[in-house]
Design a protein around this ligand. Structure first.
Ligand code: 13P
Length: 246
């Protein structure tokens, strides 16, 4: 089933989050044939845990640390997120990599910690503009994937992957659907090589300047198995349009 995920990033307090969810629920039509996920900031998780109970909308976190507990000031662990009914955790988002300096080794540890807790990671990969211009896109994606999945090759069915070209995030300039499809195919082939017994549960999502106007163009392709939406997920009306773009 395709997954349409909202990454609110550092937006919305509890009050705004409540209003958004009430509105979004009123806009939902059929939900059996698609998965809908909201990843709010940590501070709204507890409230949304209650609001989303017995609704078709799933809850996820935008980040985590890899230890279960301990002296790690400011960090949140996978068991804590599980207690808040999170089913998904975004791991290795480009903003974590490039603003907060997360490297592939840390991302690998976070993936392992999520899997141990039975949480489904959405692993983000993507090239920067200078890497794309230098013809390095596939090499960068391959390196990110191999390092992130190191030691957990057999668990790739329990992970979704988001292809988010860094130059497309928050810029209003998405990848062309054709370019995204070629990277998605490359990722699928690579994870099949990494894990030959792959059942095929890993979905490859696209993220980067997805809007209601361009979402149908992406979703026309079966290789695009979902979307990870930033800015356009902040209004329930535009997120609902994206949810029903296919
Ligand atoms: P935008 O949709 O705002 O470009 O952000 C994409 C993203 O980073 C989702 O994780």
């Amino acid at each position: 089933m395709r997954l349409i995920a909202a990454n609110w990033k550092m937006n919305k307090g509890i009050h705004e989050a409540q209003e958004y969810i009430r509105k979004l629920l009123s806009l939902l039509k059929t939900t059996e044939d698609r998965e809908i996920l909201i990843c709010p900031p940590f501070t709204a998780l507890c409230e949304l845990k209650n609001l989303l109970k017995e609704t078709p909308i799933k809850l996820g976190a935008q980040n985590c640390y890899y230890k279960k507990s301990g002296a790690f000031t400011g960090e949140i662990s996978p068991p804590m997120l599980k207690e808040l009914n999170c089913e998904y955790i975004i791991v290795g988002h480009s903003e974590r990599r490039h603003i907060f300096g997360e490297d592939d080794e840390l991302i690998n540890k976070k993936l392992i910690a999520c899997l141990e807790e039975g949480l489904r990671p959405i692993l983000c990969v993507g090239e920067r503009l200078e890497e794309r211009s230098a013809g390095m896109t596939f090499k960068v994606i391959e390196t990110q994937l191999r390092l992130a999945l190191s030691g957990i090759e057999d668990y790739t069915d329990s992970i979704d992957i988001a292809y988010e070209p860094v130059w497309a995030i928050g810029t209003g300039v998405p990848a062309t659907p054709e370019d995204a499809v070629s990277v998605h195919r490359f990722i699928k082939d690579l994870i099949r090589e990494i894990n030959p017994s792959l059942k095929g549960d890993t979905r490859i999502l696209y993220g980067g300047s997805v809007k209601p106007s361009n979402a149908p163009e992406f979703m026309k392709f079966e290789e695009i198995e979902g979307l990870l939406v930033g800015g356009a997920s902040l209004e329930p009306e535009s997120f609902a349009q994206i949810v029903y773009s296919f």
